[in-house]
Design a protein around this ligand. Structure first.
Ligand SMILES: Nc1ncnc2c1ncn2[C@@H]1O[C@H](COP(=O)(O)OP(=O)(O)OP(=O)(O)O)[C@@H](O)[C@H]1O
Length: 227
C-alpha cells in the first residue's frame, strides 16, 4: 500500500464549545487518502463535510488530532507556514466556481501561479495546457460571464490545479449543475485527477458520482466510516 497523501488522526471539532448551542461536529475522526487515490465523502447536510474539508485543507484547525499532508504534520504550525503549505500542496474546488469576473478563464488560472512566484510566461503555458485538457482550450479568452456553468466549473478545476498541488479537496464540485452536465464535468475532473496522479477527497451527495471513485466514506456521528 502506498503512503498516505492525506492522513487525519483523532480529529475533533466542536463549535461554540461550552455554550448552550455547542455542536460537536467531528469526534476523533480518522481518514487516509493514499497517493493517487480518489475518495468520495458522502454525508447528509450538516454532518460536517465542509468542516472536515476545511481542516484537511489547512483552512481551519481541529481542537485536537493531527493533520498530515504528504507526510508532514501541520498540527501546531504557524498560520504563515500553513498558508504557504496550503498554496503549494492543496487545490480547492467549491460548489460555486468563485472565478474572478473581470478576468478571463486563462487569467483566472494564471493569477494563483503568479502569487506562488511562477513567471508569467510559464504560468500562461500551464493555464492553456490545463484548459485544453478539460476540453475548453477555445474558451481561454472568455470571461466567466461568457461561459456556461459547466465551462465555468471546468475553469475552477484548472485553477485548483494551477500550482500543481498533491491533494485536491472538493465540496460538491458539480452540485450546481444539471445531471447531464454534472456527469460530463465530473468526467473531466476525473481525467485531470488521473492524469496528474493527484490524491482527491470529494464531497458529494451524488451517489452515482461517488461510485465512480476508488472508495466511498461517510461521516457518521462525527466519525469517518466506510461508505
Ligand atoms: N462557524 C460555525 N459556528 C457554529 N456552528 C457551525 C459553524 N460551522 C458549521 N457549524 C455547524 O456544524 C455542523 C456541520 O457543518 P458543516 O458545514 O461542516 O456541514 P456539511 O456537512 O458541510 O453541510 P452541508 O452539506 O449542508 O454543506 C452544522 O450543524 C453547522 O450548523
Amino acid at each position: 500500500m502506498s503512503e498516505a497523501m492525506l492522513a487525519l488522526e483523532g480529529v475533533s471539532k466542536t463549535y461554540n464549545k461550552g455554550r448552550e448551542n455547542e455542536v460537536r461536529v467531528l469526534d476523533e475522526a480518522a481518514l487516509q487518502v493514499r497517493a493517487g487515490e480518489m475518495v468520495a465523502l458522502v454525508a447528509p447536510s450538516g454532518a460536517g463535510k465542509s468542516t472536515l474539508l476545511h481542516i484537511a485543507g489547512l483552512l481551519d484547525t481541529p481542537d485536537s488530532g493531527t493533520v498530515r499532508i504528504g507526510g508532514t504534520d501541520y498540527t501546531g504550525l504557524s498560520d504563515r507556514r500553513r498558508t504557504v503549505a496550503r498554496r503549494q500542496e492543496v487545490g480547492f474546488v467549491y460548489q460555486f466556481h468563485h472565478l474572478l469576473p473581470e478576468f478571463t478563464a486563462l487569467e483566472n488560472i494564471v493569477l494563483p501561479q503568479l502569487a506562488n512566484g511562477i513567471a508569467r510566461a510559464e504560468a500562461q503555458t500551464r493555464a492553456a495546457d490545463l484548459l485544453a485538457r478539460v476540453g475548453i482550450g477555445a474558451r481561454a479568452d472568455h470571461r466567466p460571464s461568457a461561459m456556461s456553468g459547466g465551462e465555468q466549473q471546468r475553469v475552477a478545476f484548472c485553477r485548483a490545479l494551477a500550482n500543481a498541488p498533491r491533494l485536491l479537496l472538493a465540496d460538491e464540485p458539480t452540485g450546481n449543475l444539471d445531471p447531464a452536465t454534472s456527469d460530463q464535468v465530473f468526467g473531466a475532473l476525473m481525467t485531470l485527477v488521473r492524469e496528474t496522479g493527484l490524491s482527491a477527497l470529494i464531497a458529494t451527495h451524488n451517489l452515482d458520482l461517488a461510485a465512480r471513485m476508488d472508495r466511498v466514506v461517510r461521516l457518521d456521528q462525527g466519525q469517518v466510516v466506510a461508505g
